[in-house]
Design a protein around this ligand. Structure first.
Ligand SMILES: Nc1ncnc2c1ncn2[C@@H]1O[C@H](COP(=O)(O)OP(=O)(O)OP(=O)(O)O)[C@@H](O)[C@H]1O
Ligand SMILES: [Mg+2]
Length: 306
């Protein structure tokens, strides 16, 4: 659904996006991760025909972003949540969304139904007739998300969709993303929230000008060696700690009733550590994986590219 080949954007001397080659399939949820200034927004803006490319090529739904006649087709195919919401402050939530529906030529019946469904889904229905200028940042963001979806786009671009949202609203947006996927739509989004990426993305790309890696969050995480597990006991005493230290050699730290252990292979090491703990008379209450594998992968890749 989205294909890029050596896609590049320069601003003067600065190469913001450097030869990105990438494919996102129909119905896939793809997350683009990377530090501030890594080129995430610029990539999304090129793919949604808001800014021209400098080099390379890209297609969305088979249409070429570099051809003016195709760009029109792409605009009809996609829904975009830009980095800053850019709503009409004097208009109500409903009117803002309706306006975009009209621009996209959505027939009135379907438009009204979609507006109602989206505003309800995003918890905005009670405020539908209030001017968005009086809304909080997060509420405006939700209006902008409704606006991006009003014409049932095949491809959805979301630039940091949960950036300003409270935990409950963030959860709603994650659920909406998964519902879009269930409908067979393609979702491409930028985020700094690795946990969120891990929860909803089929694959993620890590970018810093260049694309450093593309894979499923699980596979990226599994490549990482340094992981940590917390073992919380009913009561942790010195003898139990000593037993684990003997068994492990190093990388063991006790705090309160919890033992933090560096593990190389959780599938192999965690059960062994539980056994050592149990044998030493400890009763294990919780075993928790502390190292987000994806976070470790991200930090390593971004660090190495420095
Ligand atoms: N219109 C522009 N003119 C000049 N430079 C720009 C322009 N837009 C972006 N840049 C530069 O391109 C680089 C990439 O910016 P971009 O906004 O794509 O990063 P990002 O990954 O989205 O960052 P963030 O996580 O902070 O949103 C930055 O160095 C930025 O300053
Ligand atoms: Mg950005």
């Amino acid at each position: 659904m989205i294909e890029t080949q050596g896609l590049t954007k320069r601003f003067g001397d600065l190469t913001a996006v450097n030869s990105v080659t990438l494919g996102v399939g129909e119905g896939e949820v793809f997350g683009l991760l990377g530090p501030n200034g890594a080129g995430k927004t610029t990539t999304m803006r090129m793919l949604s025909c808001l800014v021209s490319k400098s080099e390379g090529m890209a297609t969305v739904g088979g249409y070429d972003i570099g051809r003016a006649s195709d760009a029109e087709k792409i605009r009809g195919l996609i829904g975009v949540l830009p980095e800053s919401a850019g709503l009409y402050e004097d208009l109500s939530a409903r009117k803002n969304v309706e306006y975009y529906g009209k621009i996209h030529g959505v027939a009135q019946n379907r438009r009204d139904a979609n507006i109602e469904r989206l505003l309800k889904r995003l918890g905005l229905w009670d405020q539908r007739d209030t001017a968005v200028g009086s809304f909080s940042k997060g509420t405006k963001q939700k209006v902008a998300i409704a606006r991006a979806l009003v014409h049932d786009p095949k491809v959805v671009f979301l630039d940091e969709p949960t950036a300003n949202l409270d935990p409950e609203s963030s959860k709603t947006i994650r659920d909406v993303i998964l519902e879009l996927k269930r409908d067979g739509r393609t979702v491409f989004f930028n985020t700094h929230n690795l946990d969120e990426a891990q929860r909803v993305c089929d694959r993620v790309g890590i970018i810093k000008g260049r694309l450093l890696a593309v894979d499923s969050p699980a596979r990226l995480g599994n490549l990482e060696r340094h992981r940590r597990t917390a073992f919380q006991l009913e009561r942790l005493d010195g003898d139990t700690v000593a037993a684990v230290k003997r068994a492990r050699g190093g990388g063991v730290e006790a705090r309160g009733d919890t033992l933090y252990v560096d593990v190389e292979d959780p599938l192999r090491d965690n059960p062994e550590i539980v056994q050592v703990l149990t044998k030493a008379g400890g009763r294990v209450v919780y075993v928790t994986d502390l190292s987000s594998g994806l976070e470790a992968a991200y930090l390593r890749l971004v660090g190495e590219s420095r």
